[in-house]
Design a protein around this ligand. Structure first.
Ligand SMILES: Cc1cc2nc3c(=O)[nH]c(=O)nc-3n(C[C@H](O)[C@H](O)[C@H](O)COP(=O)(O)O)c2cc1C
Length: 140
């Protein structure tokens, strides 16, 4: 059974709803899934999982949330070489620049990205929830 972590940050619940759907998809494909807040994860935890989904909304000015998620992600980046990962998150008024920048960071880190980043405009609609489940299935 593969071990999948879903590591996310969410202020108003939109990315949290996406995280639940990713976890559901991964469990549906037989993975053992651990769902964690960003503050509960760091670089030393990467090797404990076969695959990791990271979720964070667009914050600041098209950046990852800066107090918890960004420091956590900066700490895991150097451990992501060859690791199967996926990224997801909610956004508001932007055009997804935060996700494109984040994807580039993952590629630079040598991660094995299974997607281009699942995005939901504010609360995830049915399509976004399905994309999140697909992401979970792909990681399992
Ligand atoms: C302080 C702050 C900064 C934000 N910056 C952006 C931004 O740069 N681009 C964007 O598209 N949305 C931005 N948003 C909107 C959030 O990404 C959006 O509300 C999202 O649904 C929040 O996700 P959550 O419910 O998981 O916290 C911002 C929201 C807040 C509160």
């Amino acid at each position: 059974m593969s071990k999948v972590a879903v590591v996310f940050w969410s202020a108003t619940g939109n990315t949290a709803a996406m995280a639940d759907a990713v976890a559901e998809g991964a469990r549906g494909n037989g993975a053992e899934v651990t769902v964690l807040g960003a503050s509960g994860f760091s670089g030393v935890n990467v090797s404990e999982y076969d695959a990791i989904a990271f979720g964070c909304p667009a914050m600041g000015a098209e950046v990852l949330e800066e107090e918890e998620f960004e420091p956590m992600f900066a700490s895991v980046e150097s451990f992501l070489g060859g690791k199967k990962i996926g990224i997801f998150g909610s956004y508001g008024w932007g055009d997804g620049q935060w996700m494109r920048d984040w994807k580039d960071r993952c590629v630079s880190a040598g991660a094995s990205l299974v997607n281009d980043g699942v995005m939901a405009n504010y609360a995830p609609d049915e399509t976004a929830i399905e994309e999140c489940k697909d992401l979970g299935r792909a990681l399992a």
